[in-house]
Design a binder for this molecule. Structure first.
Ligand SMILES: C[S@@+](CC[C@H](N)C(=O)[O-])C[C@H]1O[C@@H](n2cnc3c(N)ncnc32)[C@H](O)[C@@H]1O
Length: 319
């Protein structure tokens, strides 16, 4: 596809749906052309977020077990293509594409076969049955309460789960609620450095949320077509906030108790940098998310790195 082929009327219609304050309950993909235009634009922005999350998994030395992958709520299938790209098609026995929309399943399976010619990719209208890797992307705020049991069924049948949502307060809080329900059955690969109750559930932290930022590629602000798309869609392409959760039934490498995960973006003030640090609490626990104000005089170079977007993923645990 090229920018000249983008169906702007279709993207405008989708934008109006995505911006609605209440969840989108009805199927909204009307044609394969809707999906192609979405895949070329909005979905690329989602791919940039997946890129950040997947490179963090590679940094942690984690990979999914070999076997079938199920993309639940696949849309154009961008999320599973990113996952297969990151770990290699040889790691996946097949890709199953599930969505409430038939055109979405058709488009996503076709795109996956084109991208990975040796890999079996099929529509999966039920979205159930065992899989080793379950991928969920940007689905939570469209999910009706009645659909949750079906998704929970898919979660129960999975060996590992890679779940990425927008970095909003509502989506992050939704993921935290699900994390609390699932942490007894799964080990937590990311973003949490521990498997205890989430520190953001502590009293007084209700207005905070767990989110991260991906780095937009240069073309997002230098390429005239992307700039025009950003304006028309009403989104700042440079800001790529996401929330995520990666779960594995296999034991995972524990974070050293003296390390903490940086959440969100550190804020720089003249005398100090303020940031949220998530950690296990050390041998005596409990896990917590601490708001730190770290004086700058100690190490100006380190504070410069904390101001980068994204900041370093981990820092020494606060004492
Ligand atoms: C915003 S799109 C995201 C698509 C894709 N996962 C991505 O990251 O680009 C949400 C998708 O979830 C699908 N969806 C919403 N509710 C669903 C449900 N109950 N069962 C299956 N799919 C659902 C929609 O049809 C849509 O394709």
């Amino acid at each position: 596809m090229t920018w000249d082929e983008v169906d702007w009327a279709s993207l405008d219609r989708l934008r109006a749906l995505f911006l609605r304050s209440e969840p989108v309950r009805e199927p909204y993909w009307r044609s394969l052309s809707d999906l192609a235009s979405y895949d070329f634009t909005y979905a690329q922005r989602i791919a940039w977020k997946w890129g950040a999350a997947l490179s963090e998994l590679l940094r942690l030395g984690w990979a999914p077990p070999a076997g079938p992958l199920l993309d639940w709520g696949c849309g154009s299938g961008v999320a599973s293509r990113c996952v297969v790209d990151a770990f290699g098609p040889a790691n996946f026995a097949e890709v199953r594409l599930h969505d409430r929309s038939v055109p979405a399943m058709q488009f996503a399976s076709g795109r996956t076969r084109t991208r990975f010619p040796g890999l079996r990719a099929e529509a999966d209208p039920l979205g159930q049955g065992p899989c080793t890797t379950l991928v969920i992307s940007h689905v939570l705020n469209e999910l009706h309460r009645d659909d949750l049991p079906r998704l929970m069924e898919a979660l129960r049948a999975a060996q590992c789960v890679l779940w990425l949502e927008p970095g909003t307060h509502a989506c992050s809080r939704g993921l935290i609620t699900l994390r609390e329900q699932l942490r007894g059955q799964f080990h937590i690969v990311a973003p949490c450095p521990h498997r205890q109750a989430c520190g953001l559930q502590a009293a007084g932290r209700e207005s905070d949320w767990c989110h991260f930022f991906a780095k937009a590629p240069t073309e997002a602000f230098t390429d005239g077509e992307w700039v025009q798309f950003g304006r028309r869609a009403g989104i700042d392409l440079r800001s790529l906030p996401y929330s995520w959760l990666v779960l594995d039934r296999r034991p995972v490498a524990e974070w050293s108790a003296d390390r903490a995960r940086v959440i969100g973006l550190p804020q720089s003030f003249k005398p100090y940098t303020r940031l949220d640090a998530c950690h296990s609490g050390g041998p005596d626990g409990p896990a917590a998310v601490d708001r730190l104000e770290i004086p700058k005089r100690a190490d100006p170079e380190w504070h410069r790195r904390l101001r980068e977007s994204p900041p370093p993923p981990e820092i020494p645990r606060p004492r």
